[in-house]
Each structure stands twice: as C-alpha cells, then as structure tokens.
Design a protein. Structure first.
Length: 189
C-alpha cells in the first residue's frame, strides 16, 4: 500500500510554522499538542489522537511500548500513521539516546504490524545530544554517524552493556536547526 501522507514533509512544515509564528515548545507535552493542533488544521478526513493504545489498531500488541504519542488515521483505519516524540530537558544524554532508539524500534514494530507509515521526531536543546568529545558506544550514532542501526546496548544503570535493542533497519538522519541552539531530526519508516 502506498502511503498517502508524507510524515516528514508534515513535520518539517510544522517546525517552519513554529519558527515563523514564534510558537513556544518547552517540553514534550507542548510538542505533542502543538503538532497535533497543526495536523488537525492541515489534514482533512483524518482523525488525530494522542496517547492511543496499540490495541486500538492491532490485536498483536506485544510491542516495546504500549501507547502511541500521535496517531493519524482514516475512518476505516485502512490508513494509519504513528508519530513518536522525544523532547528531553534534563540531560541524561546516554539514557535519553537509548530512549530515542526505543522509539525507533517501536515505530518499526508498528510498521511491520500494518501501519501505513511511522515516524520518530526528536527535538533537543542541549549540544551533548549531537556533539561532544566522546563518540563511542551510543554516542557514535547520534554525534558522529547520524545513523541508527544494529544492536544498541543500554549505556548506563542496571543492564548496562547487557540489555539491548536490535533494529531491523538502518536509519540515517540529519540534525536540523530550529532556533536558539535547538535541533531536531525525523526518522520515517
């Protein structure tokens, strides 16, 4: 099935709208709701919902996460899209990067279970997410290679270097400038 919506183009349009209209994005909740409002204005004939449980769309809900940040779907659910969002504010760089990977895995799982298209959108305010001296381990994916792939190990805490998330594909991305040192990337699956 050909995807009818271009999630990447919609999100880029959203960030341009944010910049042009001085819309304040100050945490993940504000990102989720401002994007949802933008999508409702842009898309006719689709429902836009927040924090929808996977089980609403598919019987097999044995996924790495249970709720989808933003869903876009038509009346009969023959077209369904999922967007996962991250907007970290409190440092914890390697752990947050691992959360980025978890979102990518989740969108892979949704796509393989019949979603038309999925995307992860990450907005950061801190340079250490995209730049730093340490480019080993999880840092290499986000600071040096700008690609996420293979098995990525938990970088800190319980399960460090034991627990991992294995991605099926390779996802290249580009950090895009937003404003005031903030950057974002979009990975569409």
């Amino acid at each position: 099935m050909d995807a009818l919506l271009d999630l990447r183009q919609l999100v880029v349009g959203f960030f341009l709208y944010v910049k042009t209209n001085n819309i304040e994005i100050y945490n993940e909740f504000s990102l989720q709701h401002e994007l949802g409002i933008f999508l409702r204005k842009k898309l006719q004939g689709y429902r836009i919902q927040f924090e929808r449980n996977v089980s609403y769309f598919i019987p097999d809900n044995k996924t790495i996460k249970k709720e989808i940040d933003i869903t876009i779907f038509n009346e009969d659910k023959s077209e369904k899209y999922a967007i996962e969002l991250k907007c970290p504010l409190n440092g914890q760089y390697p752990e947050q990067m691992y959360s980025f990977v978890k979102d990518i895995k989740f969108t892979e799982e949704l796509k393989s279970r019949g979603f038309t298209k999925t995307a992860t959108v990450t907005l950061v305010s801190d340079r250490p997410f995209y730049e730093g001296r340490n480019n080993k381990g999880i840092y290499k994916f986000f600071r040096e290679e700008h690609a996420v792939y293979g098995s990525i190990f938990k970088p800190t805490g319980v399960g460090k270097n034991e627990d991992c998330i294995t991605l099926s594909g390779r996802y290249d991305f580009i950090w895009q400038d937003l404003s005031e040192g903030r950057k974002y990337y979009i990975i569409e699956i």
